[in-house]
Design a protein around this ligand. Structure first.
Ligand SMILES: CC(C)(COP(=O)(O)OP(=O)(O)OC[C@H]1O[C@@H](n2cnc3c(N)ncnc32)[C@H](O)[C@@H]1OP(=O)(O)O)[C@@H](O)C(=O)NCCC(=O)NCCS
Length: 185
């Protein structure tokens, strides 16, 4: 297995990140309903156009990480984390009383299908857990069925879950959304 490296992102990564993300979600039961009959390359092209904006928005709060395949240089995983709103106003954070009920939000996690089941998402999540420990913040995630086992293994516990009937939109009838957190503080 090639070495996979968790790294920070730069704007020039926008195209590869967009491609990785659409590939990762291409067969997700909920996103399939959104794609309709649009060809994959068309969806990727549109995502590439949005991607720089996604990377640049809310710079005070949004944090981005990629996983690079060390043997090819390809981006094979991506995570977006959102810090609580008050963080950007803070300097000298160590001296502040942590506010209750604020968490880091893991808002996006995607691994290229050719590199799934190699521990890449786990690497990104562990990296975020390390950062959250430094910030003394818990982490919240709204997980799909695909990520559930991985989050549980990383130490997240279930807060609530919703199983939606998506059959009326053409889905298979059971689309799970799972709300999990990991207590760090
Ligand atoms: C969900 C997702 C991010 C997981 O990414 P991943 O890199 O495959 O995750 P990991 O490899 O860290 O762990 C996932 C599985 O791989 C297994 N795995 C981890 N390391 C492995 C290795 N070296 N060899 C074989 N299997 C391995 C884990 O046991 C786990 O299996 P399980 O979930 O069936 O119990 C990925 O499937 C994805 O991008 N899906 C589409 C997008 C999506 O749903 N994102 C939202 C997640 S909330």
């Amino acid at each position: 297995m090639p070495p996979f490296l968790v790294q920070s992102c730069i704007l020039e990564n926008a195209t590869q990140i967009a491609r990785n993300n659409i590939m990762a979600f291409w067969n997700d039961p909920n996103w399939v309903l959104m794609w309709g009959d649009k060809p994959k390359e068309y969806v990727i092209t549109q995502a590439i156009r949005r991607s720089p904006w996604n990377l640049l928005q809310s710079p005070a709060r949004n944090r981005h990480q990629k996983v690079v395949d060390g043997s090819t240089g390809d981006i094979v995983g991506y995570a977006r984390w959102i810090l609580p709103e008050y963080m950007d106003a803070d300097s000298w954070i160590e001296a502040k009383i942590p506010r209750p009920n604020t968490k880091v939000f893991l808002s996006y996690l995607a691994v290229h299908p050719e590199h799934q089941h190699k521990g890449i998402a786990t690497m990104l999540v562990q990296s975020g857990i390390t950062a959250a420990k430094d910030l003394h913040l818990d982490i919240f995630v709204r997980a799909s069925d695909a990520g559930l086992n991985m989050y549980r293994r990383a130490g997240f516990h279930m807060l609530d879950q919703i199983i939606q009937d998506d059959s009326k939109y053409g889905g298979n009838g059971k689309y799970g959304l799972h709300f999990l957190e990991i207590r760090i503080q």
